[in-house]
Design a protein around this ligand. Structure first.
Ligand code: ARG
Ligand code: ZN
Length: 501
């Protein structure tokens, strides 16, 4: 018998209880010392998305073997079919009795841990024991709680590696984020656009869906012959076509946050080129762009190598094994800096390409430790656009800064403390433009030499990792030798237009 996955508030309350418990230290126990096997936390500890990510282990690698059937032609519903086998290599960071993965909108068919099958059971009451190797899946859309709990047997000792294989699948629809914006595996008539920020990776694979657990990825994506599946990194091998299906292989060996994974499917033309330094560029451009969008896209993608060279000279070498773009004729309403290969809606415009490329350093190589730190992503990527504009003969960074400072002090633009914009404010215009203005003001305050040296130190110290606004402030204080407390308070922590700093 299948266990119903839609749960009511009661179960949500149990999970919320688990979250509160796991936040505190493990209660001291009497008796002989030895392993104390406890449940991994159902969240990574992010205040904005408490159930995103999980505790108790560290994922090293995801191997995703996916088969996708796009929707039938209109008027058939805009629903696809996805089936997957996710092989997850992790290491326990505590003695683990149970642990969670995040998985939303799809159903689990089978789970093994180190080859040993777990059986599906109904979610137990809080504190209740469950016999043997087992799993249960809670999907509570009302409270935005999606948790797959796995109880491995034998239990996993701290430091021990485990391979978890989840066989899963179901209908794909068009998931939305907390603001109601399309994200995750977004089903399109001709395929899917896959863009996960902030916690939409769980709509297409079981994952610890938080950037504090970066991992490497391998993809094997089977789609109807004629469709192209594009993920992060480089092709692992040539595609294989058999019986009307084509399998595409991609390898992403650089540590990557789950919000930056993609496996988009469409009628793409694949183009291979490289930068002067030999970095592979792979562009997947939809066959069906309008002529105007196709022309704009060609012109901007042709600038990628130059932009990469410019950011490399300004900051540090490009952080990953490849670059490129996925340009779809459909739209999710925005572009996303998916690692190595950003996704663009309808067209890739020059400013947006500069923005998504700047994110490869700022956001992707160094990621925000908590979603509250999003200004470190969007402020920097916007500042990257400003720098590229100046470099390519457009407005100077100073002119872009001046334009932001022309916004009147009573405009609601200034009402956001960008270092804590709230879960509904992640993509507020101020996070982008006030964020970029903050960086420009910081540059003027500490001088070009310290500003660029500190930027390089930031990118080096936190490469392949995550860091906070406080960490950022500390690096700039250290390199410049200035006390920047007032500066950062005024610019990122106070919801008022800065006047003196
Ligand atoms: N990070 C993306 C960018 O650089 C924006 C993502 C917007 N996402 C959203 N759910 N509104 O432009
Ligand atoms: Zn951005």
């Amino acid at each position: 018998m299948r266990v119903r996955r839609q749960v009511s508030g009661a179960l949500a309350a149990v999970l919320a209880g688990a979250l509160a418990l796991s936040a505190g230290p493990t209660a001291a126990q009497s008796g002989p010392p030895g392993p104390r096997y406890t449940a991994g936390a159902p969240g990574a500890g992010d205040a904005y998305f408490p159930f995103a990510g999980n505790g108790g282990y560290d994922v090293r690698h995801y191997d995703l073997d996916l088969t996708y059937t796009p929707p039938a032609p209109a008027p058939a519903p805009l629903v696809g079919q996805l089936s997957g086998v996710a092989t997850i290599d992790l290491v326990a960071t505590q003695d683990l009795d149970r642990f969670n993965l995040d998985l939303r909108g799809l159903d689990v068919q089978a789970i093994t841990v180190n080859g040993k099958p777990a059986g599906e059971v109904a979610p137990p009451a809080a504190g209740a024991e469950v016999e043997g190797a087992a799993y249960w899946h809670v999907q509570d859309a009302a409270d935005r709680i999606w948790e797959l709990t796995i109880q491995p047997r034998p239990k996993i000792k701290q430091g021990q590696a485990a391979r978890v294989v989840v066989t899963y699948g179901g209908a794909t629809t068009r998931p939305t984020d907390i603001e109601g914006v399309l994200y995750g595996w977004v089903t399109m008539r001709d395929g899917a656009m896959v863009v996960n920020e902030p916690e939409g990776a769980m709509t297409w694979y079981p994952v610890s869906d938080h950037q504090t657990d970066k991992a490497t990825y391998g993809f094997e994506i089977t789609v109807p012959e004629g469709k192209v599946a594009v993920a992060n990194g480089l092709p692992g091998r040539d595609p294989v076509t058999e019986g009307g299906w084509t399998t595409w292989f991609w390898e992403a060996p650089d540590p990557q946050a789950s919000y930056l994974t993609t496996a988009s499917v469409g009628d793409y033309d694949l183009r291979f080129s490289e930068t002067a330094g030999g970095l592979p560029i792979i562009d997947a451009v939809d066959d069906n762009l309008t002529p105007a969008n196709a022309a704009a896209t060609e012109a901007s993608l042709a600038l990628q190598a130059e932009m990469i060279a410019f950011f490399e000279e300004t900051f540090v070498p490009y952080p990953f094994n490849s670059a490129g773009a996925i340009v779809d004729d459909d739209t999710v309403g925005y572009a996303l800096e998916t690692q190595t290969r950003p996704v663009y809606s309808r067209a890739a415009r020059e400013g947006t390409v500069a923005h998504e490329l700047a994110h490869q350093w700022f956001g992707n190589a160094v990621s925000p430790e908590r979603w509250a730190d999003i200004w470190l992503n969007e402020g920097w990527a916007t500042y990257g656009e400003w720098l590229w504009s100046e470099e390519s003969g457009g407005d100077s960074a100073q002119a872009s800064f001046d334009a932001v400072m022309e916004i009147p002090a009573d405009d609601s633009f200034w009402d956001l403390a960008i270092a804590d914009p709230g879960p509904f404010g992640l993509f507020h215009g101020a996070v982008y433009d006030r964020g970029a203005a903050t960086l420009h003001a910081l540059r003027v305050k500490v001088g070009d030499e310290a500003f660029f040296a500190a930027s390089q130190e930031w990118l080096t110290r936190y490469d392949d990792s995550t860091a906070t606004t406080d960490d950022f402030e500390a690096v700039f204080e250290e390199v410049s030798g200035q006390d920047l407390t007032t500066f950062f308070d005024v610019w990122v922590r106070t919801p008022i237009k800065p006047t003196t700093w």
